[in-house]
Design a protein around this ligand. Structure first.
Ligand code: FPP
Length: 252
C-alpha cells in the first residue's frame, strides 16, 4: 500500500530539529562516536533536500549546543571538522538549490578556520530565497535571550529605546531568528523528550514531535511521517477548539 502523503497546502512554514542519537547509533554498531556523527551528516543532506523539495521556507538544525563544549576535546574537534567539510562541500549544492545559510549562536567561540568557512558560505548564499537553512552552532536558548536583553538594555541606557516600548516584537527583533517565522513543528530524534535549551522563546507554540529513531537513521520518509502527524493536530493558539476549527492555522 502506498504511504500516505502530507497535504502540501498545509505544510509547516518552519521546521526545527534536535538531531540526537549519533553516539548511540555508533555504539550499537561497535564503532566510535565520530562514525555516528559522520552518518548523521548524510541525514542532514537528505533532510535539507527533502525540506527544499517540499517548499518549506525555514529549517533550523541544532548542530552544536553551548553545553556541547563540555564534550571531550577530541569529539568537539571532530564535530568542528565535520562541520567545516560539510559547509565546503555543500556550498555549490546550496547555491544550485537556492538555499541560504545562516548560523545562529555564539559564533565567536567557533574555531577561526571553521568560522571563516561559515562566513563565506553565509555571504555567498545570502541572496538565495528558496530555503533558509539555520544551523544552530554553539547555540543556547537562554544565552540567546540573555544577549537580547543586554542589547535592549544598552539601547535603553543610551536613550534610544524607552522601557515602555519593549514588547514581544522588540524582543524578537533581538533574537538570532529576527525576521523569521517561529517554528511550527519541532522534531527531536533519539528518544529523549526534552528541549535541551533549543529555541526556548521561538518554540512557544511549536508542535513537538518526539521519535525513537536515531538521527543517522532519520530520513525523508520519517520527516513526512512527522509532518503527517503535525497535520492531524489542532493548533489552537489559546483559542477554543471551535474557534480554531473556524479559522485553522498551520503556521504561527
Ligand atoms: C547529538 O547526538 C548530536 C550532536 C551533538 C551533533 C549533531 C551533529 C551532526 C548531526 C553532524 C554534523 C552536523 C552538520 C550540520 C554537518 P549525540 O552525540 O548526543 O548522541 P547520543 O545521545 O546517542 O550520545
Amino acid at each position: 500500500m502506498p504511504k500516505p502523503k502530507p497535504d502540501t497546502t498545509a505544510l509547516p512554514c518552519h521546521i526545527a530539529i534536535i538531531m540526537d542519537g549519533n553516539g548511540r547509533w555508533a555504539k550499537q554498531r561497535g564503532k566510535p562516536r565520530l562514525m555516528g556523527h559522520r552518518a548523521g551528516v548524510e541525514s542532514v543532506q537528505d533532510i535539507v533536500r527533502a525540506v527544499r523539495e517540499l517548499g518549506i521556507g525555514v529549517l533550523t538544525l541544532y548542530a552544536f549546543s553551548t553545553e556541547n563544549w563540555k564534550r571531550p576535546p577530541l569529539e568537539v574537534q571532530a564535530l568542528m571538522g565535520l562541520l567545516k567539510t560539510f559547509l565546503e562541500s555543500e556550498l555549490s549544492t546550496m547555491v544550485h538549490n537556492d538555499v541560504s545559510l545562516r548560523c545562529l549562536g555564539q559564533t565567536d567561540r567557533i574555531p577561526p578556520e571553521v568560522r571563516a568557512v561559515m562566513e563565506r558560505v553565509t555571504r555567498e548564499t545570502a541572496s538565495n530565497s528558496g530555503l533558509i537553512l539555520n544551523l544552530a552552532l554553539s547555540y543556547g536558548g537562554r544565552s540567546e535571550i540573555t544577549q537580547a536583553v543586554q542589547a535592549i538594555a544598552r539601547k535603553c541606557a543610551d536613550g534610544v529605546l524607552s522601557p515602555e516600548a519593549i514588547d514581544q516584537a522588540v524582543i524578537e527583533q533581538h533574537l538570532y531568528t529576527a525576521g523569521l517565522p517561529d517554528p511550527d513543528l519541532l522534531i527531536r530524534t533519539g528518544g529523549e523528550t526534552r528541549l535541551s535549551n533549543f529555541l526556548l522563546w521561538q518554540a512557544s507554540y511549536a508542535e513537538l514531535y518526539f521519535t525513537e529513531i536515531l538521527w543517522p537513521d532519520f530520513r525523508k520518509q520519517d520527516l513526512l511521517t512527522a509532518i503527517l502527524e503535525f497535520q492531524q493536530r489542532q493548533r489552537r493558539f489559546g483559542k477554543t477548539g471551535e474557534q480554531a476549527e473556524q479559522t485553522p492555522e498551520h503556521c504561527s
